[in-house]
Design a protein around this ligand. Structure first.
Ligand code: GLN
Length: 542
């Protein structure tokens, strides 16, 4: 039977609960165990799909088409295990199910209440589908004390008793702030956070203490005493320069050892850290550096591009170079010559995006890359903008545009209302709901033999994750015949363009999908590895 590890947070948000969970998952894997990571999100949205990237950061899409929390991206990158829809749940989804059941009459006669109905639904979710898994790591979003988190904390408290003895472990992540005027790391916020947790019936077994310096023995002792944990279970979680060093750092402080001994697993199987040592050896010893411009719209919040930043770093790992990112708000190009911002970069990436704001700037960035022969990677929206640019400049369609921005005479990019998912027709109404209705998840695409992209993948059939509502209109394809822009990849039914490439260009590729979602540090995605290799070539020219 699976063992359960519940990871909660306190004091402040953004301490890296997701990374801590992902790192612990990786460490248990390194000791030969199978793991599954899941996230409970207390907000009321059904999923983060309709939230602004400014609110929530990136929406991470799974193979099975769920729009989920970005922590699932960490889980996947650290463990290599593809996340699935059922790895993430929100209060909204729990209530949606309960209310549907209530209307159906499933609870006939009963008053439907938070305890036990909501808590039971949460417990059923946590316990479901874990056959064959040694450790299930469950991260609870938000921090202890949040009103909306209470049913989740209550549910995991109950699970502590429902599960057989020795099958549940509670880990609490907190912050030890350093106060310069006192010259001390302060333990009081952690003490209060644990007190809050204990007041709702949860006694943590292990404390992860985020700190920018070593925790002195005395503070460690104090934390153990006041928070009622063993001194060896006060784990120092020091800042690390690269997130990929977190598993090794946690291992060095004894986290995985402490977890296994708390479960009574002794002696613990020896860990094999080879994969992480190899990744860190490359990150620590780059042989060069390239600069990539990300021309986007949410550049103020880097979390909006989490997987993209990581996939670029993985491309760097594959080529033994450090990847520096120049963040450029695309709107600034609407009124200035892009050259002044792009002349020095070695590659230009236009990522996924939504809406008209900044679109013309992205089109100008694509033009600059095409004309100046700078490596260009257009992802989803970035491919759509590159096609509009080519239609306007090369295809003789000066009014080329996307219907995403309003009615247009030349809908080179248009709304999709019907498409195939394997053998099943998907239909959407133009005025339908926005939540969960895009073309989402893994779809196969066929690449033309001999195309550049087929060469990069070393395959002519691929499967990648999608998240889009608009699509390049294949009817315009002929306008670009003999103009050098090739539609190299299509959906299996031949209707939806999936990739484009410029023939006479060092590296100009657009993809309708999101390859960044499947890249891993120890398995960099071929497109990112190839793009960074091209940028490295470019860096030798400029
Ligand atoms: N807004 C575009 C669409 O819906 C692109 C989406 C994206 O880049 N993920 O098709």
């Amino acid at each position: 039977m699976a063992r359960y590890i519940f990871i909660t947070g306190g004091v402040v948000s953004s301490l890296g609960k997701g990374l801590a969970a992902a790192s612990l998952g990786a460490l248990l894997q390194a000791r030969g165990y199978t793991v599954r990571l899941r996230k409970l999100d207390p907000y009321l949205n059904i999923d983060p799909g309709t939230m602004s990237p400014y609110q929530h950061g990136e929406v991470y899409v799974t193979d099975d088409g769920a729009e989920t929390d970005l922590d699932l991206g960490h889980y996947e990158r650290f463990t290599g295990r593809p996340a699935v829809r059922e790895d993430n749940i929100t209060t909204g989804r729990i209530y949606q199910d309960i209310i549907a059941k209530e209307r159906r009459g499933d609870y006939l006669g009963a008053t439907v209440q938070v305890i036990p109905h909501v808590t039971n639904a949460i417990k059923d979710f946590v316990l479901s589908g874990n056959d064959g898994v040694d450790f299930v790591l469950v991260e609870i979003g938000g921090t202890v004390g949040d009103i909306e988190g209470l049913p989740f904390f209550e549910a995991i408290r109950q699970l502590g008793n429902d599960l057989p003895r020795g099958h549940a472990l509670f880990i609490h992540l907190t912050l030890l702030p350093y106060i310069p005027s006192a010259g001390e790391l302060k333990t009081k916020p952690t003490q209060h956070s644990v007190k809050e947790l204990r007041s709702i019936g949860i006694q943590p077994h292990i404390l992860l203490c985020r700190t920018d310096r070593e925790i002195p023995r005395e503070e460690r002792r104090k934390l153990g005493l006041f928070c009622n944990v063993r001194e060896s279970a006060v784990i120092e979680a020091r800042d690390v320069a690269s997130i990929y060093d977190a598993p090794r750092a946690y291992h060095a402080t004894g986290l995985d050892q402490e977890v296994l001994s708390a479960f009574g697993i002794e002696p613990a199987p020896k860990p094999d850290m080879g994969r992480w040592n190899a990744v860190m050896e490359r990150i620590r010893n780059p042989e060069g550096e390239v600069t990539i411009a990300i021309v986007g719209k949410y550049t103020g919040l880097k979390d909006a591009y989490k997987s993209l930043i990581e996939a670029l770093a993985h491309g760097g790992i594959a080529n033994r170079v450090r990847v520096r990112i120049d963040w450029i708000e695309s709107e600034i190009f609407e009124g200035c010559d892009p050259a002044s911002h792009l002349e020095h970069v070695h590659g230009i990436l236009v990522p996924g995006g939504f809406g008209q704001r900044g679109a013309e700037g992205k089109i100008l960035a694509a033009r600059f890359a095409r004309e100046r022969r700078v490596p260009y990677f257009g992802i989803c929206f970035g491919m759509q903008m590159a096609v509009i640019e080519a239609m306007r400049s090369l295809g003789g369609v000066p009014e080329a545009n996307s219907t995403e921005f309003g009615p247009t005479r030349e809908p080179v990019v248009g709304l999709m209302t019907e498409w195939m998912r394997e053998n099943e027709l998907q239909i959407r109404a133009a005025e339908g709901d926005l939540g969960g209705t895009m073309r989402l998840g893994a779809y196969r695409a066929l690449l033309s033999p001999g195309s550049k992209i087929a060469g990069i993948y070393g395959a002519t059939e691929i499967s990648e994750r999608h998240r889009h509502r608009y699509e390049v209109n294949a009817a315009y394809r002929d306008r670009l015949l003999d103009k050098g822009l090739v539609f190299a990849g299509f959906s299996p039914d031949g209707l939806l363009p999936e990739t484009i490439e410029l023939e006479d260009h060092p590296w100009f590729i657009g993809v309708q999908f999101h390859p960044e979602l499947k890249s891993r540090p120890f398995e960099p995605h071929p497109l990112f590895a190839s793009f960074i290799a091209a940028a490295l070539e470019q860096s030798r020219l400029v």
